[in-house]
Design a protein around this ligand. Structure first.
Ligand SMILES: CC(=O)N[C@H]1[C@@H](OP(=O)(O)OP(=O)(O)OC[C@H]2O[C@@H](n3ccc(=O)[nH]c3=O)[C@H](O)[C@@H]2O)O[C@H](CO)[C@@H](O)[C@@H]1O
Ligand SMILES: C=C(OP(=O)(O)O)C(=O)O
Length: 421
């Protein structure tokens, strides 16, 4: 297994370009199962997770042509309707094929996704939605089976605005008979991107990006060409990279609207941010100030940026209070940051961060994707050498991370980890 070595303490300067969004491309790839004609996706990031969902689609009958940044997906026939444990275990988003399979084939059998490092992550809201659309749901041998001869439109209220449930139900409903409304729907930009993709295929979805989504079922969908939105979490991570290293960085290929909650918090820390023609410039030449953060569904502060902002607050002046409300166990990075000299106390769902003047390099591990990003950020700021292991988590969501950071002056490299036998 590889690890990442960082020689910290260098200010990052120059331009860095954000790739297509992982959390947009995964549901969109699942959505390509809804038609027999080719869908062409542009701005597709080269990520481990994209590889996993592509493998799932191929198992189901997809033919996929890969070009740099581009995928052509055609599913002339579904050769099976089962997504096995080996894929769903690797990546929970594999569960997003359930909605499209139900809509197209009238059946799906998907391995029940287990919990993961950040929480138990149940899928009850997805299943309630499918049941409301008329599917019969059964559990057995670690799998969930859903069947429906013809899904029928329904009014669905989500107890919590789950991103995945909104996406899965939306994809099931596009070919249902009649109208579906999803109330208390998730409003994340990735929901809007998926709805735009489905509408380009001929779906009739209105209201994506608001709390109420209305889907008028259609007979069939066709192919389309769709460019994936830029990754707001990757962008946010690089904005923090500039702040934490007292750098001067232009982060390019950004949709500024999607970054408002992150930008607002960075401004509170005292970092300078300026909109330019091609992106957002971040500039910082002093110690940042402590801030309070509470994660919330969009347009609130994203849970996927909590670990990275915590890394920044570890070297801020004063105390920061960080509250995680979306996932019940998303503080795994705290112990790793403490190995680098951070002073953090956890009280329930809140982390109290007492800023220190500097972090020092240490051997740490990525406990999940964004925790891994936080360790990279801490390593960039720290004095001396930091070694990050378990970096397969980071490979899930950051395209060309090492090359991109080297391009702006970071002392970072990837090495093969020696295995002692
Ligand atoms: C591939 C992808 O897009 N992943 C994102 C997606 O994950 P994901 O779609 O899994 O996140 P959800 O919005 O569904 O989950 C949010 C909360 O709702 C709970 N819940 C969810 C579904 C359900 O049926 N029952 C239930 O209780 C979850 O356990 C969690 O506590 O949104 C999260 C919240 O913004 C992000 O952190 C993830 O990066
Ligand atoms: C939690 C994340 O992803 P996933 O839902 O795929 O685990 C993430 O992108 O931070």
């Amino acid at each position: 297994m590889d690890k990442i070595i960082i020689n910290g303490g260098k200010s990052l300067e120059g331009n860095i370009r954000v790739s297509g969004a992982k959390n947009a491309v995964l549901p969109i790839l699942a959505g390509s199962l809804l038609t027999t004609t080719t869908t062409r996706l542009l701005d597709v990031p080269n990520l481990a997770d994209v590889g996993v969902i592509s493998s799932v689609l191929k198992e189901l009958g997809a033919e996929i042509e890969v070009k740099p940044g581009e995928l052509d997906i055609t599913v002339p026939n579904l050769i099976q309707t089962e997504a096995p444990y080996e894929y769903v275990r690797k990546m929970r988003a594999s569960f997003l094929v359930m909605g499209p399979l139900l809509a197209r084939a009238g059946e799906a059998r998907i391995s029940l996704p287990g919990g993961c490092a950040i929480g138990t992550r149940p899928i009850d809201l997805h299943l309630k939605g499918f049941a409301a659309l008329g599917a019969e749901i059964k559990f057995g041998s670690g799998y969930i089976e859903a069947k429906a001869k013809q899904l029928k439109g329904a009014k669905i209220y989500l107890d919590f605005p789950s991103v995945g449930a909104t996406e899965n139900i939306m994809m099931a409903a596009v070919l249902a008979k009649g109208t579906t409304t999803i109330e208390n729907a998730a409003e994340e930009p990735e929901i809007v991107d998926l709805a735009n993709f489905l509408n380009s295929m001929g779906a009739k979805i209105k209201g994506a990006g608001t709390k109420v989504i209305r889907i008028d079922g259609v007979e069939a969908l066709g192919g389309c060409t769709h460019a994936v939105i830029p990754d707001r979490i990757e962008a946010g991570t690089y904005l923090v990279a500039a702040a934490i290293t007292k750098g001067n960085l232009l982060v390019e290929n950004i949709i500024e609207d999607h970054l408002k909650p992150v930008v607002a918090k960075l401004i509170e820390t005292g970092v300078e941010l300026r909109e330019e023609n091609t992106g957002i410039r971040v500039y910082c030449d002093h110690r940042v100030k402590g801030i309070d953060i509470k994660t919330l569904p969009y347009p609130g502060f994203p849970t996927d940026m909590q670990a990275q902002l915590m890394a920044l607050t570890t070297i801020a002046e004063g105390t920061s209070i960080i509250t995680e409300t979306v996932f019940e166990n998303r503080f795994m990075h705290v112990n790793e940051l403490k190995r680098m000299g951070a002073r953090i106390k956890i009280e329930g769902r809140t982390a109290i961060v007492q800023g220190v003047r500097r972090l020092t390099g240490a051997q740490v591990k990525a406990t999940d994707l964004r925790a891994g990003a936080a360790m990279i950020l801490a390593g960039l700021a720290a004095e001396g050498e930091t070694e990050v292991s378990n970096i397969f988590h980071i490979d899930r969501g950051y395209e060309n991370l090492i090359e991109k950071l080297q391009g702006i002056g970071a002392g970072i490299r990837r090495v093969e980890e020696c295995v002692l036998v």
